[in-house]
Design a binder for this molecule. Structure first.
Ligand SMILES: O=P(O)(O)OC[C@H]1O[C@H](O[C@H]2O[C@H](CO)[C@@H](O)[C@H](O)[C@H]2O)[C@H](O)[C@@H](O)[C@@H]1O
Length: 249
Protein backbone atom coordinates (compact mmCIF):
# COMPACT_ATOMS: atom_id res chain seq x y z
CA UNK A 1 0.00 0.00 0.00
CA UNK A 2 1.37 3.44 -0.88
CA UNK A 3 1.11 6.53 1.34
CA UNK A 4 -0.58 9.77 0.38
CA UNK A 5 2.40 12.11 0.41
CA UNK A 6 0.22 15.17 0.10
CA UNK A 7 -1.22 14.48 3.54
CA UNK A 8 2.07 14.03 5.38
CA UNK A 9 2.45 16.02 8.58
CA UNK A 10 6.03 17.25 8.40
CA UNK A 11 6.23 17.52 12.19
CA UNK A 12 5.88 13.73 12.37
CA UNK A 13 8.25 12.86 9.53
CA UNK A 14 11.97 12.21 9.17
CA UNK A 15 13.46 12.99 5.77
CA UNK A 16 16.37 11.10 4.21
CA UNK A 17 17.50 12.57 0.92
CA UNK A 18 19.97 11.25 -1.59
CA UNK A 19 21.97 13.94 -3.41
CA UNK A 20 23.25 13.22 -6.95
CA UNK A 21 20.38 12.57 -9.34
CA UNK A 22 17.83 13.20 -6.56
CA UNK A 23 18.34 16.71 -5.17
CA UNK A 24 20.69 17.86 -7.92
CA UNK A 25 21.06 17.02 -11.60
CA UNK A 26 23.65 14.54 -12.78
CA UNK A 27 26.64 16.23 -14.43
CA UNK A 28 29.51 15.11 -16.63
CA UNK A 29 31.76 14.67 -13.60
CA UNK A 30 31.34 14.84 -9.80
CA UNK A 31 32.99 18.28 -9.69
CA UNK A 32 30.75 19.78 -12.36
CA UNK A 33 27.44 19.53 -10.56
CA UNK A 34 25.44 22.73 -10.22
CA UNK A 35 23.92 23.49 -6.84
CA UNK A 36 20.56 25.24 -7.25
CA UNK A 37 20.74 28.64 -5.53
CA UNK A 38 17.80 27.95 -3.22
CA UNK A 39 18.74 24.38 -2.21
CA UNK A 40 20.45 25.17 1.10
CA UNK A 41 17.57 27.40 2.21
CA UNK A 42 15.05 24.73 1.26
CA UNK A 43 16.90 22.07 3.26
CA UNK A 44 17.15 24.35 6.30
CA UNK A 45 13.40 25.02 6.07
CA UNK A 46 12.76 21.28 5.97
CA UNK A 47 15.13 20.78 8.88
CA UNK A 48 13.23 23.39 10.91
CA UNK A 49 9.83 21.95 10.07
CA UNK A 50 10.96 18.46 11.13
CA UNK A 51 12.75 19.65 14.28
CA UNK A 52 16.06 18.46 12.84
CA UNK A 53 14.90 15.10 11.48
CA UNK A 54 16.62 15.52 8.13
CA UNK A 55 19.69 13.74 6.81
CA UNK A 56 21.43 13.68 3.47
CA UNK A 57 22.21 10.05 2.60
CA UNK A 58 24.77 10.07 -0.15
CA UNK A 59 27.45 8.07 -1.91
CA UNK A 60 29.65 11.13 -1.66
CA UNK A 61 31.91 11.50 1.34
CA UNK A 62 30.96 13.83 4.18
CA UNK A 63 33.94 16.08 3.35
CA UNK A 64 32.92 16.28 -0.30
CA UNK A 65 29.33 17.20 0.56
CA UNK A 66 30.40 19.80 3.11
CA UNK A 67 32.54 21.45 0.43
CA UNK A 68 29.75 21.24 -2.10
CA UNK A 69 27.19 22.69 0.34
CA UNK A 70 29.38 24.80 2.64
CA UNK A 71 26.56 26.65 4.39
CA UNK A 72 24.46 23.59 5.04
CA UNK A 73 24.26 22.38 8.63
CA UNK A 74 22.38 19.08 8.50
CA UNK A 75 23.20 15.49 9.39
CA UNK A 76 25.03 13.64 6.61
CA UNK A 77 25.34 9.89 6.09
CA UNK A 78 28.20 9.77 3.62
CA UNK A 79 29.75 7.08 1.43
CA UNK A 80 26.54 5.04 1.28
CA UNK A 81 26.29 5.12 5.06
CA UNK A 82 29.91 4.27 5.86
CA UNK A 83 30.06 7.44 7.95
CA UNK A 84 27.61 9.67 9.77
CA UNK A 85 28.35 13.31 10.50
CA UNK A 86 26.38 15.47 12.88
CA UNK A 87 27.04 19.22 12.80
CA UNK A 88 29.72 20.14 15.31
CA UNK A 89 31.04 16.59 15.60
CA UNK A 90 33.62 14.49 13.76
CA UNK A 91 32.26 11.86 11.34
CA UNK A 92 31.51 8.47 12.88
CA UNK A 93 32.70 5.37 10.99
CA UNK A 94 29.92 2.76 10.84
CA UNK A 95 32.30 -0.10 10.13
CA UNK A 96 34.14 0.74 6.92
CA UNK A 97 37.49 -1.02 6.62
CA UNK A 98 40.58 0.87 5.41
CA UNK A 99 41.05 0.37 1.66
CA UNK A 100 44.21 -1.72 1.09
CA UNK A 101 46.89 0.02 -0.92
CA UNK A 102 47.00 -2.95 -3.32
CA UNK A 103 43.30 -2.57 -4.07
CA UNK A 104 43.71 1.12 -4.89
CA UNK A 105 46.67 0.23 -7.13
CA UNK A 106 44.61 -2.36 -8.99
CA UNK A 107 41.83 0.21 -9.52
CA UNK A 108 44.34 2.87 -10.55
CA UNK A 109 45.57 0.49 -13.24
CA UNK A 110 42.10 0.50 -14.79
CA UNK A 111 42.40 4.26 -15.33
CA UNK A 112 45.52 3.57 -17.40
CA UNK A 113 43.90 0.73 -19.33
CA UNK A 114 40.81 2.78 -20.23
CA UNK A 115 41.26 6.33 -21.41
CA UNK A 116 38.47 8.36 -19.82
CA UNK A 117 38.05 6.34 -16.62
CA UNK A 118 38.50 8.36 -13.42
CA UNK A 119 39.19 6.94 -9.98
CA UNK A 120 37.53 8.86 -7.13
CA UNK A 121 39.37 8.26 -3.86
CA UNK A 122 37.02 8.71 -0.95
CA UNK A 123 38.11 8.40 2.68
CA UNK A 124 36.26 5.07 3.07
CA UNK A 125 35.75 3.81 -0.47
CA UNK A 126 36.56 4.17 -4.12
CA UNK A 127 34.44 5.02 -7.17
CA UNK A 128 35.45 4.24 -10.72
CA UNK A 129 33.72 6.64 -13.08
CA UNK A 130 33.29 5.84 -16.77
CA UNK A 131 30.71 8.45 -17.84
CA UNK A 132 33.18 9.71 -20.47
CA UNK A 133 33.27 6.30 -22.21
CA UNK A 134 29.73 4.86 -21.93
CA UNK A 135 30.29 2.30 -24.67
CA UNK A 136 32.97 0.70 -22.47
CA UNK A 137 30.63 0.27 -19.50
CA UNK A 138 30.65 -3.53 -19.38
CA UNK A 139 34.38 -3.83 -19.99
CA UNK A 140 35.09 -1.36 -17.15
CA UNK A 141 32.63 -3.06 -14.80
CA UNK A 142 34.31 -6.41 -15.54
CA UNK A 143 37.75 -4.93 -14.89
CA UNK A 144 36.61 -3.50 -11.55
CA UNK A 145 35.05 -6.82 -10.53
CA UNK A 146 38.34 -8.57 -11.33
CA UNK A 147 40.37 -6.00 -9.38
CA UNK A 148 38.18 -6.38 -6.30
CA UNK A 149 38.00 -10.19 -6.43
CA UNK A 150 41.15 -10.81 -4.28
CA UNK A 151 39.62 -8.55 -1.61
CA UNK A 152 36.12 -10.02 -1.83
CA UNK A 153 36.03 -11.07 1.82
CA UNK A 154 35.86 -7.44 2.95
CA UNK A 155 34.90 -5.39 -0.11
CA UNK A 156 32.22 -5.43 -2.77
CA UNK A 157 31.39 -3.55 -5.96
CA UNK A 158 28.01 -1.89 -6.28
CA UNK A 159 26.71 -0.38 -9.50
CA UNK A 160 25.71 3.26 -9.77
CA UNK A 161 25.07 5.73 -12.56
CA UNK A 162 28.09 5.35 -14.87
CA UNK A 163 30.13 4.32 -11.86
CA UNK A 164 31.30 1.21 -10.04
CA UNK A 165 31.48 1.83 -6.30
CA UNK A 166 33.84 -0.18 -4.08
CA UNK A 167 32.83 -0.30 -0.45
CA UNK A 168 33.12 -2.44 2.67
CA UNK A 169 30.67 -5.34 2.78
CA UNK A 170 27.83 -4.61 5.19
CA UNK A 171 27.80 -0.89 4.48
CA UNK A 172 24.70 0.43 2.77
CA UNK A 173 22.26 3.30 3.01
CA UNK A 174 19.71 1.07 4.74
CA UNK A 175 21.89 0.41 7.79
CA UNK A 176 22.71 4.13 8.07
CA UNK A 177 19.01 5.04 8.00
CA UNK A 178 18.24 2.29 10.53
CA UNK A 179 20.92 3.73 12.83
CA UNK A 180 19.64 7.27 12.47
CA UNK A 181 16.09 6.09 13.19
CA UNK A 182 17.36 5.13 16.68
CA UNK A 183 18.43 8.73 17.37
CA UNK A 184 16.00 10.64 19.60
CA UNK A 185 15.68 13.25 16.81
CA UNK A 186 14.36 10.65 14.34
CA UNK A 187 12.86 7.94 16.56
CA UNK A 188 9.12 7.35 16.23
CA UNK A 189 8.80 9.46 13.10
CA UNK A 190 7.61 8.35 9.69
CA UNK A 191 10.69 8.07 7.47
CA UNK A 192 10.54 9.48 3.95
CA UNK A 193 13.41 8.60 1.64
CA UNK A 194 14.03 10.03 -1.82
CA UNK A 195 16.59 8.39 -4.09
CA UNK A 196 17.32 7.70 -7.73
CA UNK A 197 19.75 4.83 -8.01
CA UNK A 198 20.48 1.17 -7.31
CA UNK A 199 22.41 2.09 -4.16
CA UNK A 200 19.25 3.70 -2.77
CA UNK A 201 17.28 0.45 -2.85
CA UNK A 202 18.72 -0.69 0.52
CA UNK A 203 17.39 2.56 1.97
CA UNK A 204 13.99 1.99 0.39
CA UNK A 205 13.79 -1.44 2.07
CA UNK A 206 14.51 -0.08 5.56
CA UNK A 207 12.16 2.84 5.14
CA UNK A 208 9.37 0.49 4.06
CA UNK A 209 10.15 -1.73 7.05
CA UNK A 210 9.50 1.34 9.25
CA UNK A 211 6.19 1.94 7.45
CA UNK A 212 7.64 4.97 5.70
CA UNK A 213 7.40 6.49 2.25
CA UNK A 214 9.64 5.90 -0.74
CA UNK A 215 10.15 8.47 -3.47
CA UNK A 216 12.13 7.82 -6.63
CA UNK A 217 13.49 10.45 -8.97
CA UNK A 218 14.00 9.47 -12.61
CA UNK A 219 13.73 5.98 -14.09
CA UNK A 220 10.35 4.45 -14.73
CA UNK A 221 7.39 4.78 -12.34
CA UNK A 222 6.92 1.63 -10.22
CA UNK A 223 3.96 0.24 -8.33
CA UNK A 224 5.96 0.01 -5.09
CA UNK A 225 6.81 3.72 -5.01
CA UNK A 226 4.83 6.23 -3.00
CA UNK A 227 5.79 8.96 -5.45
CA UNK A 228 7.80 9.26 -8.64
CA UNK A 229 9.32 12.49 -9.90
CA UNK A 230 10.92 12.87 -13.31
CA UNK A 231 13.65 15.26 -12.22
CA UNK A 232 15.40 16.67 -9.14
CA UNK A 233 13.71 20.01 -9.89
CA UNK A 234 10.30 18.32 -9.50
CA UNK A 235 11.33 16.84 -6.15
CA UNK A 236 12.63 20.20 -4.94
CA UNK A 237 9.38 21.83 -6.06
CA UNK A 238 7.37 19.31 -4.04
CA UNK A 239 9.59 19.76 -0.96
CA UNK A 240 9.26 23.50 -1.31
CA UNK A 241 5.46 23.25 -1.43
CA UNK A 242 5.56 20.96 1.63
CA UNK A 243 7.45 23.48 3.75
CA UNK A 244 5.54 26.54 2.61
CA UNK A 245 1.98 25.33 2.05
CA UNK A 246 1.73 22.89 4.92
CA UNK A 247 2.45 25.18 7.83
CA UNK A 248 1.50 23.75 11.23
CA UNK A 249 -2.08 24.50 12.35
O1 LIG B 1 24.26 8.66 -3.41
P1 LIG B 1 24.39 9.88 -4.26
O2 LIG B 1 24.32 11.17 -3.49
O3 LIG B 1 23.46 9.86 -5.42
O4 LIG B 1 25.89 9.82 -4.85
C1 LIG B 1 26.21 8.82 -5.81
C2 LIG B 1 27.53 9.14 -6.44
O5 LIG B 1 27.43 10.48 -6.93
C3 LIG B 1 28.58 11.00 -7.61
O6 LIG B 1 28.69 10.36 -8.88
C4 LIG B 1 27.52 10.46 -9.68
O7 LIG B 1 27.23 11.85 -9.92
C5 LIG B 1 28.21 12.56 -10.73
C6 LIG B 1 27.77 14.00 -10.81
O8 LIG B 1 26.49 14.12 -11.37
C7 LIG B 1 28.28 11.89 -12.11
O9 LIG B 1 29.25 12.56 -12.91
C8 LIG B 1 28.66 10.41 -11.93
O10 LIG B 1 28.63 9.75 -13.19
C9 LIG B 1 27.66 9.73 -11.00
O11 LIG B 1 28.05 8.39 -10.75
C10 LIG B 1 29.82 10.86 -6.75
O12 LIG B 1 30.97 11.18 -7.50
C11 LIG B 1 29.97 9.47 -6.14
O13 LIG B 1 31.01 9.48 -5.18
C12 LIG B 1 28.67 9.10 -5.42
O14 LIG B 1 28.79 7.82 -4.85
Amino acid sequence: MTLDLDRLQLERCAFFLDVDGTLIDIAASPQEVVIPPDLVQLLHQLQNRTQGALALVSGRSVDDLRQLLPHLDVIIAGEHGAEIWRPGETPQNLGAAPIPHELTEALEKITHDFDGVVLERKPRGRAIHFRAIPTQEYAVRDAVALAVKPFAQRFEVVPGKMVAEVRTIGIDKGQAIAKLMQDPTFKGRLPVFAGDDVTDEAGFLIVRAHGGAVIRVGGAPRADLDRHFETPAELRGWLSRCVTERAPA
